[in-house]
Design a protein around this ligand. Structure first.
Ligand SMILES: [Zn+2]
Ligand SMILES: [Zn+2]
Length: 139
């Protein structure tokens, strides 16, 4: 064994004796919780220190509102002229059409769908939207 040989001892998967290069596993992650630890190599009998390198990662998740904490703002609307039944879109008769106002919570982005009757002045736009939707479904 050459006294001056250097071993790769930094950031290794196994503990490497810096004197003789023998390796062993930290099976029960003892060193991760022990801080810097003095060891004696079982192969060569010399002393060295072990320090576990712990990689820190971060996990985040969105904080959602409780039901009564939403702060809704008006976001957009659409006309509901179709219904999804048994796997396909069915065109509803006009008397079942509704205007759907969508409010979005500015804190958690939850959407609240509020349906209302279509006003007289909105029918033209509703019919245009429905025609456009039907045309795109035929493609
Ligand atoms: Zn050793
Ligand atoms: Zn919210």
């Amino acid at each position: 064994m050459c006294e001056d040989q250097e071993f790769d001892t930094r950031y290794q998967d196994m503990i490497v004796c810096p004197w003789c290069g023998s390796k062993w596993y930290d099976d029960d992650s003892y060193y991760a919780s022990a801080g810097t630890t003095e060891e004696t190599c079982e192969e060569c009998g010399r002393e060295f220190s072990v320090e576990a390198n712990i990689e820190v990662t971060y996990t985040t998740s969105r904080k959602l509102c409780e039901n009564d904490e939403h702060e809704y703002e008006y976001d957009r609307f659409h006309f509901s002229t179709q219904d999804y039944q048994r796997g396909q879109w069915i065109n509803l008769p006009e008397e079942k059409w509704k205007k759907v106002n969508i409010f979005k919570c500015k804190k958690c982005h939850h959407e609240d769908f509020r349906r209302e009757e279509i006003k007289d002045e909105e029918w033209e736009q509703a019919r245009n939207d429905a025609n456009r939707r039907m045309a795109s479904h035929r493609l």
